[in-house]
Design a protein around this ligand. Sequence first.
Ligand SMILES: C[S@@+](CC[C@H](N)C(=O)[O-])C[C@H]1O[C@@H](n2cnc3c(N)ncnc32)[C@H](O)[C@@H]1O
Length: 344
Amino acid sequence: MHAELVAMGFQPEPVVGGVELTLPWAELQHLLRSLRCAARVYVRIATADVRDGQELRRLLASLPWSMWPLPQAVTVRWAVRKATSARAGWLAHETERILALRPVGEHAPLTLLMRVTGPEVEVSVDVAGRPMHQRGWRKEQGEAALRESVAAAMLREVGYDGTQALWDPMTGSGTLAIEAATWRQPATWRPWDLDAWHLPAHVPASEPELPRRGAIVAGDRDPEVLAIAQRNAERAGVAAAIEFRAAEIAGQLHDGFRPACVVVNPPWGRRLGGRNEARRLLERLAAVLVRDAPGARLAALVPEPQAIRDLPLIDARSRQIDCGGASLYLISGTIAVHPVRRLR
Ligand SMILES: C[S@@+](CC[C@H](N)C(=O)[O-])C[C@H]1O[C@@H](n2cnc3c(N)ncnc32)[C@H](O)[C@@H]1O
């Protein structure tokens, strides 16, 4: 996330659990559609010490209510540190009473985050509403589908810029391939809460570009899950940019397609029949990678760091990443031209 913003020319400041940044509303509207790796984007709007009902009322009255449509339909989330549960309960109850909150449907048009730290209450607004990784096109998915923001992190890891030839040999519901095909497009497939706010008009980004037709090959041995990937790609408007191939990894690049980037999210765990089976699959994948994609950059998302020894990489590195609560390893490097044997 930090690296992504730096690459976009911003100077974010790392803070616990994320980064901070100051920018005008109009720029935020564009940034929101361009960010790939972020989980949530909050705008801080007010901070005050709150010791009694009067101070809480003053804080809530200072919020820019005229900017928001339907301000009566609000969801409030709480994050409490260094405060007793009695204080947290009082704040939640009083806020509900002052704002006359009533239960709203599945999604309110305005979501506030109230961060309590000791006497201080900080109010932020969630500008995306729904989690950022929900791009909007994945209406169906296979087993163990990746979060789109993790797919984006993998694409960044291989230095994907939206134009290189890319191979996703275990595509499942197509998350990696579709993320790649939409890499240079602003995310317009989903609503953003701030679209309904009264904000300065923003200048839309320049015409979206698509990678060359056929520059992305997405394969899977399961034709049913591949059909899901295809439908997801149609919903994202990028079906023509991806070539879907129903085949085992070893038979996907029979036509001599040579990828510059390979991103792979193999199945693992019980779903695959255990560790040994997972190892055997990685060994097969390693042989296919050396044969079909030598010299390409690889990013593989795996459950165990030892997989780094099974993959044929010459400058391998591994980092632990959080995938919606589960800890996985992102292994990356350049695929060797000859098989690599490592001692265990
Ligand atoms: C963890 S899932 C991929 C999930 C995907 N990233 C998504 O977001 O939906 C792994 C996929 O690998 C496919 N697969 C497993 N073994 C394979 C093989 N030998 N050749 C091709 N595909 C394989 C499975 O059918 C499954 O769809």
